[in-house]
Design a protein around this ligand. Structure first.
Ligand code: GLU
Length: 501
């Protein structure tokens, strides 16, 4: 048997460090067994997926030093490797499930499902589909579909008993069927859901081992059932522990930098980052902490993966990166600094900002110090303002952070549009709204244009600075955060409604 593994990111935003982590383990495992490693793009969520994000994932994984044998940019025998191009394959398989009585058409619209969910929530039950359409006569359903009635396809689930499955790291796991929803397999737009696509593709692509985040464990009953309905052998599954914030919550961009671009842009070496990711949930038999990817391939053992969520600790990563930096020869060091930011491409992004402000080249460094280096520490008095109180500044920073979690593309035009809309919704003059952001980003009273600065820094570094500005202003209590979250959600709802009317 040839070992075949895969990583299957969804292209929805910045390339996530968790993708590199899962890719690394799959890559190492495949290489160890002389097998193949595949990149599959899971872009069936048409609203959230975009091709720019796919391109960023490919570029970022390459930067990290991970390569693949088959993928959207490297056709192979099991392509296409982009799920949006495999519609006919999924529809064929859904038809088989329907013909076998293992899936059914469902015509329940959003209103009925919302009401159902609400009623279940009020009764304190977990929300799940109640099976109304599961009892329809298949011939009647088929003619309703033929007549063009909007519908989805759902899978049938056993009414009782437990689903038992194996996880390579945890042994046998049991989940009662009563906790498993009659999952939608094909959406009303004709696209498959993740659950259908992942099973069909892992099988058709000959995947032998699925190493993925442990947030998918609860989906295993659905997947196991689909394998059974199709009559296929299941690949081995190993659910890797998800990376955690220092407070042990799931690593998220709301609290920490997570974009691979951030790690590249602030000057981590990709080999140090991979080494660090290798230490997440795994360790060398002799516990040494500094090792290259080839050493990891030589020593890797799934039995040494621990299931406790590893904390992604930037201090530790900094230390490790320092080890790698100090090990470079002077020539390598100079080359790597050049590859980092002191290169033409990166400089080209700065030229439109600095050229007109430059009389002598010596004027450049002071203008860009906060873009190429850390900005200075902030003190609360930097936020003194004619009309805004410290509380107002905090509110602006909080709301801007919430808004920035979804800005795409991350460029100065989009940032300007979003800031303008948010300032309007908050009923604050744009100039005033931008003041705390300006201080947070640059640490100065005068600096290069704000939106261009944020675009250059990228989303993670910008947000990191906004978070540290909030801290400099004394931070926000848990209670106040909740209130502000609500306030922001209401404003966002208001703007959405206005846009829709
Ligand atoms: N598209 C899924 C994700 O991004 C892949 C999960 C899996 O590996 O099965 O998390």
């Amino acid at each position: 048997m040839t070992v075949r593994t895969r990583v299957a990111p969804s292209p929805t935003g910045e390339p996530h460090v968790g993708t590199a982590y899962v890719a690394l383990f799959n890559w190492v495992f495949a290489r160890q067994y002389g097998g193949q490693f595949i990149l599959r793009i899971e872009d069936t969520d048409r609203e959230r997926s975009d091709s720019a994000s796919e391109a960023m994932i490919i570029e970022a994984l390459r930067w990290a030093g991970i390569d693949w044998d088959e993928g959207p940019d490297r056709e192979g025998p099991c392509g296409p490797y982009r799920q949006s191009e495999r519609g006919a394959v999924y529809r064929r398989h859904v038809r088989d499930l329907i013909d076998g009585g293992n899936a059914f058409y469902c015509f329940c619209g959003p209103d009925r499902l919302d009401a159902l969910r609400r009623a279940q929530r009020e009764r304190g039950e977990t929300s799940r589909y109640d099976g109304l359409c599961a009892g329809l006569d298949p011939e009647v359903s088929a003619s309703r579909v033929e007549a063009g009635e909007p519908h989805v396809v759902r899978m049938r689930v056993p009414p009782d008993g437990v689903c038992r499955f194996e996880d390579r790291l945890r042994g046998t796991i049991e989940i009662p069927w009563s906790q498993v929803d009659m999952q939608v397999l094909l959406k009303s737009d004709g696209f498959p859901t993740y659950h259908l696509a992942v099973v069909v593709d892992d099988h058709l692509m000959g995947i032998t081992h699925v190493l993925r985040g442990d947030d998918w464990i609860n989906s295993m009953p659905k997947h196991a059932l689909l394998y059974r309905h199709f009559g296929w052998d299941m690949p081995e599954h190993a659910h890797l522990p998800l990376l955690r914030n220092p407070d042990r919550s799931k690593l998220s961009k709301r609290k920490n930098p997570t974009s691979l671009h951030y790690f590249r842009d602030v000057g981590y070496l990709p080999e140090a980052l991979l080494n660090y990711l290798g230490l997440m949930g795994w360790s060398m038999p002799d516990e040494r902490e500094v090792f290259g990817i080839d050493e990891m391939v030589a020593e890797f053992d799934l039995d040494r993966v621990s299931t406790g969520g590893p904390v992604f600790d930037l201090e530790k990563l900094n230390w490790l990166n320092g080890q790698y930096i100090r090990n470079l020869t002077p020539d390598q060091f100079a080359d790597r600094v050049g590859q980092w930011t002191l290169n033409r491409d990166r400089l080209a992004q700065l030229v439109p900002l600095i050229q007109s402000r430059t009389e002598r080249f010596i004027d450049i460094a002071p203008q860009v110090d906060y873009l190429l280096g850390e900005r200075r520490e902030l003190s609360a008095d930097l936020f003194d303002h004619r009309t805004l109180t410290a509380e107002d500044c905090k509110r602006v920073l909080h709301h801007a952070l919430a808004m920035m979690a979804t800005v795409r593309p991350w460029d100065s035009g989009a940032l300007m549009g979003e800031c303008r809309a948010l300032a309007g919704a908050m009923d604050i003059r744009l100039r005033d709204f931008l003041f705390p952001l300006f201080v947070a980003v640059s640490g100065r009273a005068a600096a290069l244009p704000l939106f261009d600065s944020m675009a250059f820094l990228g989303p993670d570094l910008t947000r990191t600075r906004l978070r540290s500005a909030l801290a400099a202003l004394g931070g926000i209590s848990k209670k106040a955060t909740k209130r502000l979250d609500k306030d922001f959600a209401a404003l966002a709802r208001g703007s959405r409604d206005r846009a829709n009317n």
